[in-house]
Structures are given as structure tokens and as C-alpha cells.
Design a protein around this ligand. Structure first.
Ligand code: CP
Ligand code: NVA
Length: 309
């Protein structure tokens, strides 16, 4: 059994294996929105318990399809409908029950410590479906999408992120260290990645550059990523933050600094950080990016259940 909490804690060879498996699964699957099993239904009889403490569309649905197509089932809990959410029952007791009834636990939470606590008490794998500090299932799937479109390993590409230093960027930074790709980040000075993350990057001596200028960050890029400036439950001064990001918008002009065939990716949902003509334009692959999550969730589930071949 394996947990899937942070990319930085997962060996690069396992991340690679997950991507490889997802490639094979995607090739074999003719129709995505159908509950027909993958060959051999490798997770037959397994129950994935999902719990969302924050909104979700893509993560919820992609895990639903993924476990069903692997032959298993899923139930979604809302934390405010449990005794835990009302403060009456401890995480330890809740975890014991989850481990008795289910085979895996996917949690989206506003509290990183909660995931760690569940990990401590669960005897089944826990998957981080987004936390304040990371969004690992999203980023692994995005790497799959980049390599699928570019037909090259990500280590041979220049990746650019223009946007907030949020959970998705943190996971992209972890992926850059693990899978050795160049990452150029464009963001206002006040909203740079935090010191702990930068120290970790420094320690690992990797290829990550920060610019307080969107054009410099986009220079020679093969891929430009972005995300909402204001994430779910962002506690910062929203007015100030939006003002600081005024010069970090993704528009058509920005792409003149990047490589000619540069693509645009965004995990969704979107805000005002990108213009409609980019988001809906030829360089954008955001819908393919979203649908790929099903294939990659499957391989993540197989990794967690110790069934990745
Ligand atoms: N990208 C993503 O995680 O979307 P949801 O918040 O809709 O799950
Ligand atoms: N950074 C965003 C990602 C949403 C999928 C958030 O945390 O809201």
C-alpha cells in the first residue's frame, strides 16, 4: 500500500511508472464517459471513500470514473455530515472506521495537518485531492498531458508558470525537482513561493527560476501554465493581491516571448488571470488536460493499492 500525499515524497521512478501506466490505459480506452471496466477490472470489489471539505468538479468526477472503470466503487462524504466535522469524533476513531469499511481514502481539505493525521491513523492509503500546500494528482496528470502533446519527456522542455504561488505551483516545483525539468516562475515579488519551498529547491540544486516579470518568465517557453489568482479559501487581502497581479495576465501578446508552438494549460476553474482568446484559442489544451485526469487517477489508484504493474 502507498499513500499519495506530496510529489516530493514519492520516488521519481514511481511517478514515471504511474505516467507510463496511464499512457497504456488511455490507449486502450475507446470511450471515457462510460462505466465499462478496463481489461481485468484490477480494482474489482475495492471501495474508495472520498471526502471533500472544499468544492470540486474535476477531481470528484475523475476519481469516480477512475475507480468505477477499474472495477471498484466509491462513496463521497461531506465532512459536515460526519461526527468528525461537528467536532464530536476524533480523527483517530474516524480513520479506524474508514479503514474498516473502505480500501482507500481521498481527501480534499483546507488543512494539511489533517491529511497527516489521517495518514497516521489509517491502515488504508490516503490520497491528497488538494490541500492548501499542494495538488499532486493535478500536477502529475498535467505532466502526462505535456508529454502527450509535446511527445517529449518533460525534462527536455521549458516549463513556465505565470501566477500565484499556490498549491498547484508547489506541486509543480516538487515535480520539477523530481523529474528534472526547467521551471520559470513569473509572479509579483510579494507573492513568491515561501522560504521553506525555496530552501528545499536550493538544497536540491534544481532548475527553477523566479522572475517578477511575466515576459522574462515566458521567454523561450514550451508550456505556459496558470491558475486562479485567488484560490479556494485564500485568506490574503484580495484587493491588494488582484492589483499586484495586474501585470501578470496571460494574453496573446505574452506568447510572442515563448516558443512558436508553446501551449497553454490551466487546471480550472479559471478567473481573470487569462484572456478568453488565449483560454479558448488554438494554443490552449485545457479540456484535454481536464479529461486526462481520469487516466492518471486510475494509475494513481493502482499505485496506492499496490497493483501497478
Ligand atoms: N482542477 C481541479 O482540481 O478541479 P476541481 O477543483 O473542480 O476538482
Ligand atoms: N489553486 C486552486 C486550484 C483549484 C483546483 C485552489 O486551490 O483553489
Amino acid at each position: 500500500m502507498n499513500h499519495f500525499i506530496n510529489l516530493k515524497d514519492i520516488q521519481a521512478k514511481h511517478l514515471r511508472k504511474i505516467i507510463q501506466d496511464a499512457k497504456k490505459r488511455k490507449k486502450l480506452r475507446k470511450k471515457l464517459n462510460i462505466l465499462e471496466f478496463d481489461r481485468g477490472a484490477p480494482l474489482k470489489g475495492k471501495l474508495l471513500i472520498q471526502m471533500f471539505e472544499k468544492s470540486s468538479l474535476r477531481t470528484r468526477l475523475s476519481f469516480y470514473l477512475a475507480i468505477k472503470q477499474l472495477g471498484g466503487g466509491t462513496i463521497t462524504l461531506r465532512s459536515n455530515e460526519l461526527h468528525l466535522g461537528q467536532g464530536g469524533e476524533s480523527i483517530a476513531d474516524t480513520a479506524k472506521i474508514l479503514s474498516t469499511y473502505g480500501d482507500g481514502f481521498m481527501l480534499r481539505t483546507d488543512n494539511d495537518k489533517k491529511i497527516e493525521n489521517f495518514r497516521k491513523y489509517l491502515s488504508i492509503p490516503v490520497i491528497n485531492g488538494l490541500s492548501p500546500s499542494s495538488h499532486p494528482t493535478q500536477v502529475l496528470s498535467d505532466i502526462f498531458t505535456v508529454e502527450e502533446i509535446k511527445k517529449k519527456p518533460i525534462s527536455k522542455l521549458n516549463i513556465c508558470w505565470i501566477g500565484d504561488s499556490n498549491n498547484v505551483l508547489n506541486s509543480l516545483i516538487a515535480a520539477s525537482v523530481k523529474l528534472s525539468f526547467k521551471l520559470s516562475i513569473g509572479c509579483p515579488k510579494k507573492f513568491q513561493p515561501n522560504k521553506d519551498i525555496l530552501n528545499w529547491v536550493k538544497k536540491n540544486k534544481k532548475n527553477i527560476y523566479i522572475y517578477n516579470d511575466r515576459k522574462k518568465a515566458a521567454h523561450n517557453a514550451d508550456v505556459i501554465f496558470s491558475d486562479k489568482v485567488i484560490s479556494l479559501n485564500d485568506k490574503s487581502n484580495i484587493k491588494n493581491k488582484i492589483k499586484a497581479f495586474k501585470y501578470f495576465k496571460i494574453d496573446k501578446k505574452l506568447f510572442s516571448n515563448a516558443k512558436k508552438n508553446c501551449i497553454f494549460l490551466h487546471c480550472l476553474p479559471r478567473g481573470n488571470e487569462v484572456t478568453d482568446d488565449v483560454f479558448l484559442g488554438k494554443k490552449s489544451h485545457v479540456w484535454q488536460q481536464a479529461s486526462n485526469r481520469v487516466h492518471v487517477q486510475k494509475s494513481i489508484l493502482l499505485y496506492c493499492f499496490g497493483k501497478l504493474r
